[in-house]
Each structure stands twice: as C-alpha cells, then as structure tokens.
Design a protein around this ligand. Structure first.
Ligand SMILES: *Cc1c(COP(=O)(O)O)cnc(C)c1O
Length: 476
C-alpha cells in the first residue's frame, strides 16, 4: 500500500514513511492510494474476530489492510499492547450503551485522559516508539493545545524511548481538570510550556518553528496533529466495533453522529464507509462554529478569522477551519488532486472560501457519501444534558450533547443511531454544573488529581524563548 497527497505528490511512500511526517511536501494531506474493500465474507470474519478475540485483534486486522511495512507479529503486539482493558477501563475498549429505542452511545472516552483522542494517540505513541527504535532516531514533538490534544499526546508519549514532548498551552485558559492532567506529569520526557497568551499565540509559535527548516532538522522536531494519517486510521476501527455491537448481522445498517471540529473523527467514519461498512448516515454535528454544517447545507465552505471563531462550552470543537476536510473533498472530486490543490491552496488563501454547490455530486452528498449535518448551541447543550439526566439518569459531556442533539434530528426508523461520546463530563464540570446543578463524577484514578504537585514553564508568547527552551532540553 502506497500513500499519496491530496494535492498530487506521489513519492511511493509506505505507512512508516508518512508516520513521522505531518503534511505532504506539497502541503496536502496523505491518503492511501485506494481504500481496501471489505466484502461480505471479510465483514463476517471481522465480526467474529471482534466477538471472540476482542478490539485489539480487530484493530490489527484493519490496520493490516493499510500497513505492509511492519512485520505482522510486531503489528499485532503493538495493537495488543495499546488496546487493553487496563488502559481503556473496559474489556470491550469502546462499549456501546443503549439509551432509548434505537439511540445508542459509543463510549470512546475511558482512556487515560478521558477524551476520544486517546483512542488514536495511544496507538501513535507505541507506533512512534517502535519506528524510532527501528531507525535509531529521536523525535521532539512540539505541539499547541487548548486542552484535549495536548494531554492525550502527553499520556501517550510519557516514558516512551526516543520521544520528547514540548507542549504549549495558553496559560490559565484550560479547565482546571485539563491543566492538572497535563501539568502533574513528572516524566523526564514531557515539557509543559504555559504561554502568556491565547491558543492562537501557541499555534503561531508551533507554525513558525515548523517553517524554520534548519531548526526543525537540527532538533528533529515533529508533530502529532490531527492530520496524521495514523491517527485517522486508528479511529476507523471503532466505527467497526460500534457497528458490530449495534447489529446482529451484516445486512443491517447504522448511522453515526459525530461531534466535529477538525473533521478527523468523522473523516474516519467516511473511510470506514468507503471501505464498505454498512453506514447509512454520517451525521456531522457542530457547535456555534459551524463551517462544516454550512458546507453540507449549502455547498459553501467559508473559513473564519479569529474574531469570528467563538469560544463555546464545547471548546474542543471551536475551530475556524477543519484541517481534515481536504481529505473528503479529494474523494468528493473523484481524486482530482489538481482541483483539490486549487481549492485549498489558491481559493482558500485568496478568498477564504470556495463553493461546490453546482458540482453534479453535491445533490447526492447524502446518498453517495452518507453525510448530513446540523448544529447545536450553548442552550441546546444545556437542554440536552438536562434531558439526558432527567430521562435516563446519564450525564454526558457538552461535546457529546452536541452529537446527541443533532442525532435526534436525523433518526431513521428501525435503524440504530450511534452517537460517539468524545469526552467524559468531568473534563467540563462548569457546564455540567450550569445544566444540572451538580458536579460530574470524578473517575477513581483522578480522585486526587487537583491536589498533585504541578510542573510547568511559564513564558511570554515569544518564539525565541520557546526555541531556546527546546535547544537546552532536547535530545539530538
Ligand atoms: C477533538 C475533539 C472533538 C473534535 O474532533 P475532530 O476530530 O477534530 O472533529 C470533539 N470532542 C472532543 C471532546 C474533542 O476532544
């Protein structure tokens, strides 16, 4: 299996070649040359493997379709080491729970940092360690986070050989829980940099370092952002696991509702569907930052500036543009990389927008690709959290509430609707308090979190100082 860029670059690269890279050299995103097809026989075999051998083996089978440059035994070991009941809190790894009738929630947030990003990041940590060791190389990961990504990356990379993490975050702007989760890590290979500024300042620093090619090369700087193909691939697995739990036979179809920001999670659903998983709808649920809903409703994709990117109570979906969206558009344009490059490079840089409403396929978005969408506001979140609590005794986090709200607008009679639970409520206690006037439950392993000692470096939003810090602490 070779990987190529949505903008046309084709360097005949294999999975491990692109594993440690970010964007392709032409600025596009990597995709496999084709999506392996799951026929009826293979789907049945995967169902049996999931039920008899469990999630790790299912992951191994699906990953094997895309990875042919890691020996089979090694890949199986990596999957088994990653997806354990101990790390994910349940032998099913992503257990499905029925809410009412056909409405279900797929629990993806029982990993180390209580958000679905662990599902992919834990695998990435083990793949990185494996590949760096094989090459005898080191990697220094530099990232920017407003909360979930940074902690998932740190918990995945802590104690790993050959990897160090330098994570910038806006000082004092994460939730108390998120801050304690990250800053209480005492591992030698984890460095938290609290920048006196906002998230965009952190992201600007990361971008500036990435553009300094000499520095990047000398200090072996890498990233773990959501455009990484391995992260997306890891997420494909739970769409299968959710399907196998919600159905008893492969003639049935299901819908998924996905709280969306950067389009990484739902893009994995798109990949699963392109492989042949019987998914009728992929419901893209956004919050007030509704660039994606606007596209699926109107065909117009208009990215926002920071003044028009709102701070909401589902903060992990507060995006101005959806960084994985280019992958879907490339498929939508029938793998036309020249047009994809024109849209994402020329039109977005020049006009900040493009419009595909006159494409012949736009009217068929739902029938061909399953995509439908909707949006949820702060009031909707509060209402949904209250209703889930009063009717079913369940407390859901604000992002999952966005997914539920939009899911209910797209139910097909007789067909399971699976809402992806992207975080646990304890991460967003203030909003839960506002909705139901009680504090969310704190999982046992985090009971004492907020009283642990913290270790972090405070810095002004200054590129020079961040670089100096990396220079003096880095493996090279
Ligand atoms: C990252 C995140 C999302 C958005 O996922 P994308 O892959 O960026 O669409 C939604 N909810 C939570 C809790 C997250 O951490």
């Amino acid at each position: 299996m070779f990987y190529l860029s949505t903008r046309g670059y084709n360097g005949q690269q294999k999975f491990c070649d692109i594993l440690l890279e970010g964007l392709a050299p032409d600025g596009g995103l990597y995709l496999p040359a084709t999506y392996p097809q799951i026929n009826a026989q293979l789907l049945q075999r995967l169902r049996e493997i999931f039920h008899t051998k469990g999630y790790a083996h299912l992951a191994f089978e699906i990953l094997s379709l895309y990875i042919d440059d890691i020996p089979t035994e090694d890949l199986l070991l990596i999957c088994r080491k990653t997806y354990t009941a101990e790390v994910f809190g349940d032998p099913l790894i992503t257990p499905l729970r029925k809410i009412d009738g056909e409405l279900h929630i797929l629990a993806l947030s029982n990993g180390p940092t209580l958000a679905f990003k662990d599902m992919a990041m834990q695998l990435l940590g083990n793949l990185f360690e494996y590949e760096l060791k094989r090459r005898g190389e080191q990697l220094n990961i530099l990232g920017a986070t407003s909360g979930d990504t940074g902690s998932a990356a740190e918990y995945a990379m802590r104690g790993k050989q050959g990897v160090q993490v330098f994570m910038t975050s806006p000082h004092g702007r994460m939730s108390r829980f998120q801050q304690a989760q990250m800053f209480s890590l005492m591992d030698d290979n984890i460095f938290n940099i609290a920048v006196n500024g906002v998230f965009d300042d952190c992201q600007d620093i990361v971008k500036a370092v990435s553009q300094d090619l000499a520095f990047k090369k000398k200090y072996k700087i890498g990233t773990v952002n959501s455009i990484n193909w391995a992260r997306l691939l890891a997420q494909v697995v739970y769409y299968f696991a959710g399907y196998f739990q919600a159905t008893t036979e492969n003639s049935q179809s299901v819908s998924f509702s996905v709280p969306s920001g950067n389009f990484g999670n739902v893009c994995a659903g798109h990949v699963a569907r392109m492989m042949g998983l019987p998914v009728s709808q992929l419901v893209v649920a956004t919050n007030e930052n509704d660039v994606l809903d606007e596209f699926f409703e109107s065909g117009s994709y208009k990215i926002r500036d920071s003044a028009n990117t709102f701070e909401t109570s589902s903060p992990s979906m507060d995006i101005s543009k959806a960084s994985n969206f280019e992958r879907f558009i490339y498929d939508f344009l029938k793998q036309d990389s020249a047009r994809t490059a024109d849209l994402f490079h020329q039109q977005l840089s020049n006009k900040g927008a493009f419009n595909l409403s006159t494409e012949p396929d736009f009217a068929n978005l739902k029938s061909r690709y399953g995509f439908v969408s909707g949006k949820s506001t702060h009031e909707d979140r509060l209402r949904t959290i209250r209703r889930m609590y009063s009717s079913y005794g369940q407390v859901v986090d604000p992002h999952t509430a966005d997914g539920l709200k939009v899911a209910l607008e797209h139910m097909n009679p007789g067909e399971p609707m699976i809402v992806l639970e992207t975080a646990l409520p304890v991460k967003f206690a203030d909003t839960i308090m506002q909705a139901i006037e009680q504090m969310p439950q704190v999982p046992h392993k985090f009971k004492d979190l907020e009283s642990l000692p913290l270790r972090f470096e405070v810095m002004p939003p200054d590129l020079g100082q961040v670089k100096k810090f990396i220079e003096s602490h880095c493996n090279s």
